[in-house]
Design a protein. Structure first.
Length: 426
């Protein structure tokens, strides 16, 4: 990169920092934000504060430590401004719920505990953060983060005080943290076109119900043992036994089969080949079928029955229907993946498949956030420090996303082009 290009990118970053960090009250703090972002985007294996300060010509380890770990600047307005800039640029086809884990040594990093660690593929000592991302097949960016606080931290006053966990923060399940983030974004006037998540979230009927109650469309992966009645199944009320007593409640007389059993019952001839996007090695293609079903289980039934009883005084026993999307690869002996969706009944199966498969993009985000921008290199231990760091990493990621998507400055007599790789800052 030549000097004019370096100067151009530095000027662009300065304007970006001035906008995104406008809520940070002090000029010197905003300057440290600019410095920290350059440290995150510079080449280098380690993105700890010490390593970044050593690489930056204006890097001061003590100043950066204070800015991230001790300073009281509020990350929430910064996060909001990042989202306000990024969402229109990406124009997402879906918002994706996911979580990421960071292995940790010791017991004093905030929210660390023995729990399942996706980074290691086993139970280990780690932190877990839930995130919501805006995504298309060509671009994506995190919109919100929530650090998962394990149950053992809820009453551990000693570690909470040392790591400065706010008193109002307590243990909440990951799916509830995801809803909290969607509610925060809704409060900011932002609404997802469709919500997508893996089976760890989608199998949870309470999450699906909560999304429907908020009027949000979803395409959520589920486990093969999730149960659902065929669409045509009908609840039946037995005859009343005698002239007195309550009328019997209508209910489904057959136990709901698993979605795996429903899929096998369709037969392989029901599955058609579909392509959802182009990959680095050619088109991505598999076989899919989509049928209307009625998800079953107490967690599904209770809110439906309560709502019907409150409105009409009784419930007819009919469970709501939705799409069941199934993938059965041509070379597989059995179906491989399942999704439920509350999108309208006339939604083309190709649209369902594209939305179900857009989640791949978030793995790309996590790779860049962790390996390129140092998401998991933070060595601080406090609640404020973690939230400052993850906000700064998100800001760096959003800036690079803007650089990828924005046209380059045209050379004399040359048309504008799109940058395929982010500029490196020095």
């Amino acid at each position: 990169m030549d000097a004019p290009e370096v100067n151009r990118v530095r000027a662009t970053l300065a304007l970006y920092v001035a906008d995104v960090f406008a809520s940070v009250p002090r000029k010197d703090q905003r300057a440290k934000g600019d410095c920290y972002l350059r440290g995150l985007m510079l080449d280098g294996r380690r993105k700890s504060i010490q390593a970044m300060a050593a690489r930056l010509p204006d890097g001061n380890e003590q100043n950066l430590q204070q800015f991230v770990n001790q300073s009281t600047w509020d990350p929430v307005p910064v996060q909001r401004r990042i989202v306000e800039r990024t969402l229109p640029l990406i124009n997402p086809t879906a918002w994706v719920i996911d979580d990421v884990s960071v292995p940790k040594d010791g017991q004093m990093s905030v929210a660390v505990a023995p729990q399942y660690c996706g980074a290691l593929g086993k139970r280990a000592n780690c932190q877990v953060a839930v995130s919501v991302h805006a995504a298309t097949d060509t671009a994506s960016c995190p919109l919100q983060w929530r650090l998962f606080l394990p149950e053992e931290w809820a009453s551990d006053t000693g570690r909470r005080a040392i790591t400065r966990v706010p008193p109002e923060v307590t243990h909440r399940e990951k799916w509830r943290l995801a809803l909290d983030m969607l509610d925060t974004l809704a409060h900011w006037g932002m609404r997802p076109p469709v919500v997508v998540a893996d089976a760890a979230y989608g199998t949870n009927a309470r999450l699906r119900t909560a999304l429907s109650e908020r009027g949000l469309a979803y395409v959520l992966a589920i486990r093969s043992d999730a149960s659902a009645h065929p669409f045509e199944a009908e609840p039946v009320a037995p005859a009343r036994n005698g002239p007195v007593g309550c009328w019997p409640q209508p209910r489904y007389r057959q136990a709901a089969p698993s979605v795996a059993a429903l899929a096998v019952g369709l037969g392989q001839e029901a599955f058609a080949p579909l392509t959802w996007r182009g990959g680095s090695r050619g088109e991505l293609r598999s076989r899919f079928a989509a049928v209307r079903v009625r998800p079953a289980g107490k967690a599904v039934e209770r809110p439906v029955k309560a709502a019907a009883s409150a409105e009409h005084g009784w419930w007819d026993g009919i469970l709501p229907d939705c799409w069941l999307l199934i993938e059965w690869p041509a070379d597989a002996e059995a179906p491989a993946n399942y999704w439920l969706s509350n999108l309208p009944a006339d939604t083309p199966i190709a649209n369902l498949v594209r939305l179900a498969k857009v989640r791949w993009r978030i793995e790309h985000d996590y790779r860049e956030l962790k390996h390129g921008l140092g998401l998991d290199h933070f060595e601080g231990r406090s609640w404020p420090g973690w939230h400052h760091h993850v906000t700064l990493v998100t800001a760096a990621h959003a800036f690079l996303t803007e650089q990828r998507l924005a046209p380059k400055v045209p050379a004399p007599g040359a048309p504008s082009t799109r940058s395929s790789t982010p500029s490196r800052i020095s």
